[in-house]
Design a binder for this molecule. Structure first.
Ligand SMILES: [Fe+2]
Ligand SMILES: [Fe+2]
Length: 182
């Protein structure tokens, strides 16, 4: 059945709905990673930095939660997976040390930066999606700052940095691929 949009509805293209779904999933996972890292490193000098990043991920998540509600988009079916996997990744990376926790942030933010850049580019074809484009632009800046903070706090000195970064980047890209579809 084809339903036409009613006044007050927020009709969004299929493409925008998919973007919001995957971004909500990603920000949810990100918030869970920092919760996991804080559970291990909550009493260390990096705790305030982790808390700062966690709070920003939570505000990103709040925005995508709102867009999901307003536009009546189905959230990803994988939320329970990201709930556990995000937290587990946070705990594991933090158990390897503060620098490994930072390496985890750098790996993820590099993937998110590419991901948000691609979405921004795609949204240039959707002039009706200015709000979404601005949101993505703003969050992308935050994510790049997280990446820089990770580097400043010694990410590259983490043991097996390149290997760890490679593995987490593959996992993040897989999570994005899945959350766009499921
Ligand atoms: Fe974020
Ligand atoms: Fe981030």
């Amino acid at each position: 059945m084809v339903m036409s949009a009613l006044p007050g509805d927020f009709p969004s293209s299929k493409a925008a709905a998919r973007m919001i779904r995957v971004n909500q999933a990603g920000e949810y996972g990100a918030a869970r990673i920092y919760e996991g890292q804080l559970a291990v490193l909550g009493n260390t000098p990096v705790a305030s930095l982790l808390e700062h990043m966690r709070a920003q991920e939570q505000s990103h998540l709040d925005t995508f939660d709102r867009l999901i509600r307003e536009r009546r988009i189905r959230p990803t079916l994988l939320s329970p997976v990201w709930h556990v996997a995000g937290y587990a990744l946070g705990v594991l990376s933090a158990c390897l040390g503060e620098k490994s926790a930072m390496a985890c942030t750098v790996a993820i933010e590099e993937v998110i930066d590419e991901h948000y850049a691609r979405q921004s580019e795609d949204l240039e074809k959707h002039p009706d999606e200015i709000e979404l484009r601005e949101v993505i632009h703003r969050f992308r800046e935050d994510e790049r700052q997280h990446c820089e903070m990770g580097i400043e706090h010694g990410a590259a000195d983490a043991p097996a940095f390149k290997l760890m970064k490679g593995v987490i980047k593959i996992a993040s890209r897989t999570a994005i691929w899945l959350s766009t579809r499921l």
